[in-house]
Design a protein around this ligand. Sequence first.
Ligand code: ADP
Ligand code: ZN
Length: 527
Amino acid sequence: MTQYEILKHYFGYDSFREGQERLIGAILEGRDVLGIMPTGAGKSLCYQIPALMMEGITLVISPLISLMKDQVSNLNQAGILAAYLNSSLTPGQYKKALEFARAGQYPIIYVAPERLMTEEFLRFALDPEVKISMVAVDEAHCVSQWGQDFRPSYLKIVDFIHRLPVRPVVSAFTATATAEVRDDIIDILMLRQPEVLTTGFDRSNLYFGVISPRDKYGTLVNYLERHKGESGIVYCITRKVVEEVCANLIREGFSVTRYHAGLSDEERKHNQDDFIYDNAPIMVATNAFGMGIDKSNVRFVIHYNMPKNMESYYQEAGRAGRDGEAAECILLYGGQDVVTNQFFIDHNQENDALDPITRQIVMERDRDRLRKMTFYCFTNECLRDYILRYFGEYGSNYCGNCSNCLSQFETVDVTEIACALIRCVQSSRQRYGCNVIIDTVHGANTAKIRNYHMDENPCYGQLARVPAYKLRQVMNHLQLYGFLTVTNDEYAVVHLTERSGKLLDGEETVYMKMAREQEYTKAGAGN
Ligand code: ADP
Ligand code: ZN
């Protein structure tokens, strides 16, 4: 059968989606591939179809048992023989599966990375009767220490491939697009001149919104009331918040369920099924929920707290609208979210095993990512554009389908505010963080400011009439556009850049989109 016939016959689809054909074609030519496609784009077919066309066995390396089970049962339902080998099988079942595999029963076998280098599995894989024609690595970003889900067991994949008598085609797939992770995948898996394909990360059916509500819970309830009958996910930052929000919503009569790593396996499975089958159309969960979930009619993903970075945010938000219909991704920002995420970075036990230098680098990277996530919550520019630029693509500056594009902003000249902030950084000799700078120009009368003698700084109180949160917006804007920079260490000290000098010299001006009522720029900036 041709790839088109297989697509129709087994999967029931008439045409390929963007990128699928090219990746399948490259694999069939015997080339390694790296497919970077957003969640829901259809990565699985890219290795499943060639697997059915190639002679021999395709091993699919997958990080999660639940993911493997879903994929295998989907394939079995489609009439394709496939199996999985992981710790959920009894030793007897495992032996039996290997026997069938050796007899050539399965063109596709899902295997957990930990299994690869075990004696029993190697005996099978190195059997002269067995031909492994492709190793497909799903969620390939797990090989990268720079990725968010590093799995040491993924490092065994390349050792395993080296052991095979004939090198198979190696195909790798991920939804994580950043350049460092992509390079890591190619290097660590030792892909040979791979065909690298990135499909558009834009999901035009998704609306993006950021709200900074005074009352988060009230805002959530209000939203849910206006979206009765729709299915959605509410992501919370900790198990505790999941418990609170879930219990409160149940009390108010919403049909919700919950998911986090602190629940028993049975309860997680049960709740997940309730959600998938719409018994409980609203899922309140931590980020433990979602990988491998393919529920097409999720109409909204609300982040009750800001996640730790844009990668997580886009992956989680991207679970909305997989059917291509309109869906909403809304982030409820609160200042405490930054503090909590900062705490997680500073106390991340996963980093304890790292040597001090790597640990330092990882923490600085995480702080930098958190800062860029925070900027997303503060920017008045097109949110979709911000996301796409973060992932290295270019948007259009105006998508017409995000809370910023749909708000009334005016572009205002904030040069004077910017200069006051920069002068404050300069006159305090680049020793303090954003908060001290903002409090100083705002003229805050706090113990901290007095201790640092910032109340004696020439900039003290210079912008007293500009609300602090607006000073913060300008401060963020200045960092985002390189007028100021912040060190990535614990103290996040603000520093001057070349551009700050140009601004003070009057060679540059700073324009920013601001909400309409912000008339203070005229009233406040000069004082
Ligand atoms: P990913 O692994 O990229 O997140 P999946 O492989 O799980 O995505 O595919 C997401 C959904 O899209 C699945 O339901 C899949 O059957 C469907 N799909 C994949 N390719 C096509 C296609 N060419 N036409 C229609 N639907 C497709
Ligand atoms: Zn927009």
